[in-house]
Design a binder for this molecule. Structure first.
Ligand code: PNS
Length: 167
């Protein structure tokens, strides 16, 4: 069956969603008729937010964009793409240092399924320094992460921190 080239998948851990992710989401959503944000739930990674929290936050933060669907995915990304008849995977690039990892992942995915293409979108340079891991580290050390993440993420993180402190 011919794959759907009007829909793209933007996969990631999104732990948590950052302004850089949101920038890529906006760019990809303006190119494709539908963008599926696929939240990876593979077991081995320890995450700050549960899979349900990550999904809920993304739904909130992208509520103003019409053509978005947010889903979990488990297992191989190419299998998930294939099950959905989607052949475009979108990944964001911030700096040159992202390139090597992304290049290897795209080529590996191509080796796993030659019908699936990965395309790269550049984040606005103002988000080039932002990563989920920095956000997590700064947040865990009580730093101010408000300029790195969407408001919906910030209110969620503040809420869970308050709940922890009140225990
Ligand atoms: O936001 P991240 O952590 O950079 O996203 C990485 C992700 C989840 C897209 C990648 O690890 C992935 O696709 N995982 C699913 C398992 C898989 O397909 N692995 C083979 C990749 S070559």
């Amino acid at each position: 069956m011919a794959k759907n080239n009007k829909v793209a998948i933007y996969p990631g851990s999104f732990d948590p969603l950052t302004n850089g992710h949101l920038d890529i989401i906006n760019r990809a959503a303006s190119i494709f008729e539908e963008l599926i944000i696929a939240v990876a739930v593979n077991g081995e990674k320890e995450t700050l937010l549960t899979k349900d929290e990550r999904l809920e936050i993304i739904i909130k933060a992208t509520s103003g964009i019409g053509n978005i669907k947010v889903e979990f995915f488990n297992g191989l990304l190419v299998d998930y793409a294939s099950r959905n008849d989607v052949f475009t995977i979108v990944r964001g690039l911030r700096t040159l240092s992202d390139f090597e990892y992304e290049f290897r992942m795209a080529i590996m995915n191509r080796n796993l399924d030659n019908s699936i293409e990965t395309i790269f979108l550049m984040t606005d340079e103002k988000y080039g320094h932002i990563s989920s891991s920095f956000v997590k580290e700064i947040y865990n050390l009580d730093g101010d992460v408000s300029s790195f993440i969407p408001d919906a993420v910030l209110s969620y993180l503040n809420k869970i921190k308050n709940e922890k402190n009140n225990k």
